[in-house]
Design a protein around this ligand. Structure first.
Ligand code: ZN
Length: 174
């Protein structure tokens, strides 16, 4: 598949198909979105929100969560806010998320000794790789963590939503 993608890419550039996408690094809508890497949202989320190339910084991971208050998600959001002119953040969970109900120890299928070694090195696997019980709850927690983060500028608007993975309908959560 990667080879096919490389060939497609050569044609894309040769035909100058990139021209409609030319924009700057500063998001026109002064917006950042933290959401899930779910493949159903790849095109649906920007289409359903009316977001085009150049409009918003979109940060994605499994579940659209913050796993560490000083990890890459918060770092990316702070760069977007402090360097790139972002003023508003949307945290967008979605229905039928793959991270919901995930169990780290079941998923890894590794011997218990290995899990104990990881635990002794100070990593709580179930917290790090585990899922959340509800997308709504996860969005609430993530939004609150961002609002209460000591480095978060106080004038930033932060709101949480759930998107329907089929219709793209947005429900405001917090
Ligand atoms: Zn998801």
């Amino acid at each position: 598949m990667i080879q096919q993608i490389i060939e497609y890419n050569r044609e894309f550039v040769k035909k100058e198909s990139y021209k409609p996408y030319i924009t700057s690094k500063y998001p026109d809508k002064k917006l950042a979105i933290l959401t899930c890497m779910d493949t159903r949202l790849t095109e649906l989320l920007p289409a359903a929100l009316g977001i085009r190339n150049g409009d918003a910084k979109i940060i994605k991971n499994a579940g659209g969560v913050i796993t560490h208050p000083y990890g890459s998600v918060v770092r990316s959001l702070l760069v977007a806010l402090l360097e790139l002119g972002v003023q508003e953040i949307m945290v967008i969970g979605h229905t039928d998320c793959g991270v919901q109900g995930m169990d780290a120890e079941e998923m890894l299928e590794i011997p218990k000794e290995h899990i104990d070694i990881v635990r002794r090195s100070g990593i709580d696997l179930n917290q790090w790789l585990g899922g959340f019980s509800s997308s709504e709850e996860s969005v609430r927690e993530t939004t609150a963590a961002l609002k209460n983060h000591p480095l978060m500028p106080k004038d930033v608007t932060i709101q949480g939503f759930i998107m329907d993975s089929v219709t793209g309908a947005l429900t405001s959560i917090c």
